[in-house]
Design a protein around this ligand. Sequence first.
Ligand code: IMP
Length: 416
Amino acid sequence: MSKADLIVGLQWGDEGKGKIVDHMAQTHDYVCRFAGGHNAGHTIVIGDKKYALHLIPSGVLNPKAKNVVGNGVVLSPVDFIKEMQQFDNLEGRLFLSDKAHMLLPYHALIDQAKERMKGDKAIGTTGKGIGPAYGDKVARVGHRLGELLDPAKMTEKIVSFFEMNKPLFDAMGVDAPIEADLLAELEGYKKILEPFICDTTQLMWKIMDEEKKILLEGAQGTMLDIDHGTYPYVTSSSTVSAGACAGLGLNPKDIGKVTGIAKAYCTRVGNGPFPSEDFGAEGDKLRENGHEFGTTTGRPRRCGWFDAVAMRHAVRVNGVDQVALMKLDVLDGFEEVKVCVAYEVDGKEVNYVPYDLEDATAIYKSFPGWDKTEGVRAFDELPETAKSYIEALEAMIGTKMGIISTSPEREDTIIR
Ligand code: IMP
């Protein structure tokens, strides 16, 4: 039986997973998403065409690969259908779990209303409805894709859902959808999505037995994980390795090599603690050099330095075998490069991620900078100071950086 390769984000998302997943998708038979929704996103340029992927796995760009959206995902039919329209001939190449929960338009309205109500305590969500959709799933009142295949049962569930929830919609100042309109909308989704909906757990077991090469594509990052991130400033799913099992019906023994993706510095979108954030000119320079603006929402990202403490946490939680260090070239031209090596909490030095990162300030170690790594394709050709920086990071996190990326181009990648 084969083992599935897994890609996970080790920071606050936006680590550059896209480049690595696209590269690996060329050599895998199946690419599978296990968590999150259309809050994630990356843009891929092939020739003169640009593709925006939010939920469809990156294997869609390799004509030979097949794509699975697992039960751990929340899927907005309307947004998914828009995304599908970028591609022809998806039948037989795209499989959607009948157990994946639907994210419906009212989830986004509730998400935005709750954020407004929170005021300056807002999480800074993408406003797409992710929290409310997962909330309904966990509260056992959600609607799964499989329901589209059984309209009588779906109607009954929708009617009872609205009977229960109308007062809540009113209290939040959210216009509750009209039942009949929602049912008609769902009927429309059914027509398009029905050929793709299936029992993906059975499919996963079958392709594992057939020794297919399988790539599991994580979304967001470890520090946004519902359990292991900076709660409550997190997303609502399990973004870590364990989420890949639960979100696809795999068991831990099915997982093979785990590649954790991290940038050579750190960014975060939305609110919440970020101890190594740089509020000064250097943070601005990181944002400009790294084009750090959100793909899904266009928001400027908060920027700062590599956080070795959070990274050790992420390496352990995910069982990372190798790190892919992305965007090393963004640090080109800095006189010195800082790394957060510990936190100070209540006057004490702490070298793990504590209960509340809000109270932590970064303790830094500085490294001499370098002129240029952009486009370098061999480790030995990197400037000595860049090599020392990478080796110091490896020693701090106890893991090899097996892949180093030095530009957005696929070829500008060092493999060690
Ligand atoms: P939500 O996932 O829309 O509920 O947002 C919760 C938090 O996760 C917010 O801080 C978002 O900015 C962050 N977030 C969600 N998806 C992504 C992503 O793909 N990249 C980076 N941050 C994300």
